[in-house]
Structures are given as C-alpha cells and as structure tokens.
Design a protein around this ligand. Structure first.
Ligand code: KIV
Length: 317
C-alpha cells in the first residue's frame, strides 16, 4: 500500500537481469527523484529505478540536464533509496562527473554507492568514455551504458533527434555498444532509435539492452515517471505514454467501493494521488511484462528507404 514503510518486492541483482534476458522476460524500469514516487514505484513492483539527471528538468525545473550537479543527484538519490529500500537503484552520472578523468569518474560513482545507497551508475557516451568505464568497473562499481540520443550531448546532435537511422549512425552506435560491453558494463540503455536498428544491437550484445523510445524488441523498457504521470508540462517525447487515464478508472472504482473514505485516507493512505500514481506505474509494469508497451504506437517509425539502406551495413546480417 502506498505510504507504508514495508519492502514489497525482492531486490533484483545482476544475476536476475542476466537471467531475465536469457528467458526473454522484459525488465520494467522507471525513473524517480523523490521519496513518495519512489515508494509508488516500489509498491508497483518495478524491477529497477533510475534516478535520472532528467530530474534536473522535471523535478528542479532546469531547461536541460546540463546544469545538474553531483550534489543534487546525491540528494535526489538518497530520497529515492529511502522510498524504495527493496529496489535496484541506478544513479545517473551528471555531465561533468566522469568526463575529465578516471579518478573523477570513480569518485563520483562511489558517492552514488556510498552516500546514496545506489546499486549501480549510468553514464552517457561510447568509445570516448571507455577508460572511465573500465576504471569504475575495476573499482567494483556496476555500470550501465547509455547510447543513441544522449541528452547531455544534444548540442552535438543538433537537438533531440532520433538516432540509428543511417548506416553511419547505426554502425557508430554498434561500435560504441561493443566497446562498452568489452569495457565491462553490465547493461546498456538505447534511447530514441527505431525498433529495427535497436533490435539488431540488442541481439548482437550478450548483456541486457534496455530501451527508452527504442521499440519492442529490447530486454526491458524505461520510462520517465513525470511522462507516465503527465506531470511535466514543457514537453513529452513521442515514445512516452501517460498512464493516468487508465489509472483514473481504477481510482474511481476503488473510491466508489470504499464505504469509509476517512479510513482510506488516514489508515491506508489510498484516497489520493499516491494511489493513482501507484496504479499508473503498476499498469506500466504489466504492459512492459506482457509486451504491450511500447508497441507501434510508442515507437519511432523508419521509412522503407531508410531500412533498405541499413540492410547494407556490415552489422545487419
Ligand atoms: O536522465 C534520465 O532520465 C535519462 C533517460 C532520459 C534515459 O538518462
């Protein structure tokens, strides 16, 4: 129940994520940045939470993720850990926390683990950061890679653009993915890529490959909490689904069938937005596990001529 201080899920481990990939069981992954929504995510049974630097935009109101600092990420991550004590939590390394040196990368990653209680870290970039990735892995830190559209470098992409649609972009992403796998990441996230090239990368890699806007054929899906709840007013990506309409139907039934609303509010804390948020996340989890989400409606299309061109890539066969 939302609000109760109990561990409701069994915390996943690296071994679970590998097993789930082998068995074709998709991982349901969501972002959270604070205590109450982390509680909702855990109560809804997500496999993993990302404390994304997107929190700088959706929680702190910045226009981009670039101003986010390590101190801010630690504060957000601590709150999420308190709200979701039984969930595998990934801390997102903000811009400036890992590019400068291997030592800086290790220091930042250790802060996520030691100060905030995170289980792993994520960082954006491919071959340009393999030395830092190796150094963190050698220091015993679990690292997730992030390729495709990487928000910290949108300036170099010329804005928020779908990736992997040309042979050059697809092969560059594949080369980066293979280099990161070699450097020891335990999973990879692909963002904003049509299903066909994203699936080729997911099938080529031995490690789990998760997607956000990368189509159905991934080992799991990630969604931004504030998109799922329709809480971010400035922008919602094409691939993000708001689950509040479905959750609101459940809420109406729940309230109607409850004779004592005071009890619902005071004792079970199930009469308000927390209930709706938990139900919304829970429907998302079900849709990921049953492979309903993202489906064609929440995936980037690719033109037939673009797909035809991609078939000439050395990695397509
Ligand atoms: O910060 C974040 O939430 C992310 C996702 C956009 C993938 O990195």
């Amino acid at each position: 129940m939302f609000g109760k201080e109990t561990i409701t899920v069994q915390k996943r481990t690296l071994v679970d994520f590998r097993r789930m990939k082998a068995k074709g069981e998709p991982v349901a992954w969501i972002t959270a940045y604070d205590f109450p929504l982390a509680q909702c995510a855990e109560a809804a049974g997500v496999d993993m939470i990302l404390v994304g630097d997107s929190g700088g935009m959706v929680q702190l109101g910045y226009q981009t993720t670039n101003p986010v600092t390590m101190d801010e990420m630690i504060t957000l991550s601590k709150a999420v850990r308190i709200g979701a004590p039984g969930t595998f939590i990934v801390g997102d390394m903000p811009q400036g926390a890992y590019e400068v040196s291997k030592e800086e990368a290790i220091r930042s990653a250790l802060r996520f683990v030691k100060e905030a209680g995170c289980d792993a870290v994520k960082c954006e970039g491919g071959r340009r950061i393999v030395d830092q990735v190796k150094a963190m892995v050698d220091a015993g830190i679990l690292v997730i890679g992030h390729l495709g559209l990487t928000p910290q470098s949108t300036a170099s992409f010329g804005g928020y653009r779908v990736q992997g649609k040309t042979v050059a972009s697809f092969e560059e992403t594949m080369d980066d993915a293979l280099a990161l796998q070699e450097a020891g990441i335990f999973a990879l996230l692909l963002e904003a890529m049509p299903s066909e090239p994203a699936a080729k990368i997911a099938r080529k890699l031995k490690i789990p490959v998760y997607g956000i806007g990368a189509g159905d054929d991934m080992d799991g899906q990630l969604i931004i909490m504030h998109d799922l709840l329709g809480l971010y007013s400035r922008f919602r990506p094409w691939f993000a689904k708001c689950y509040v309409p479905q959750a609101a139907g459940r809420y109406a039934k729940h309230i109607q069938s409850s004779p004592d609303l005071r009890k619902l509010g005071r004792e079970e804390r199930a009469d308000g937005l927390g209930f709706i948020a938990r139900e919304a996340v829970s429907i998302y989890v079900d849709e990921v596990r049953s492979k309903v989400f993202p489906g064609a409606g929440y995936s980037y299309p690719i033109k037939p001529e673009e797909l035809e061109a991609l078939k000439h890539s050395k990695y397509w066969g």
